[in-house]
Design a protein around this ligand. Sequence first.
Ligand SMILES: [Zn+2]
Length: 186
Amino acid sequence: MEDINQELLKVLAAREQRWEMRRKLVKEKRRCLITVTLCIPIVYRTDDEFCTLFQYFCRTFLSSLILNGHHAYFEDYICGEDGPAFFISIETEAKSIKRICVKVEENVTGARMLDIDVMDIDGTPVGREDIAIAPRRCFICDNSAMVCVSKRRHSPDEISTCVEQLKEKMAVSSHSLTILSSIVKE
Ligand SMILES: [Zn+2]
């Protein structure tokens, strides 16, 4: 129990550090901030192979934004106890960029396991509800992610199989600027 608590504390500390970093970047850059993280269980989030793939994807995503005329800038990449996080600042209006991020989460194969969060220039997070879009779906089934997580609807085996499949799919899309660009394009 002691160990579990220690691990949990580390994860929470990492999460808080990430939140502070977001606020700081927004303040310094005076631009909206996109934060990409993984929304799969912690054991996969901290896996090296996964983090490499994640970085590839984020870089391609950034390139696709620039290619579509957005003034977007790489700010930072961290890989802590809570998994990897990739930060992009952008001059696009917060709600417009949130719409694009949701489109990527839902339409890029494998991207369902990503959380692409947006903070506006005042440091306020822009949620799906702010752009009248339904809450995100579970990365395994089509139900709301929150319901599946809280009710523990999926077995560890089911989760692991799905994560492996998503990983393979993401390996393809993370290298394809063409696919990402066509989705980013409004
Ligand atoms: Zn589900």
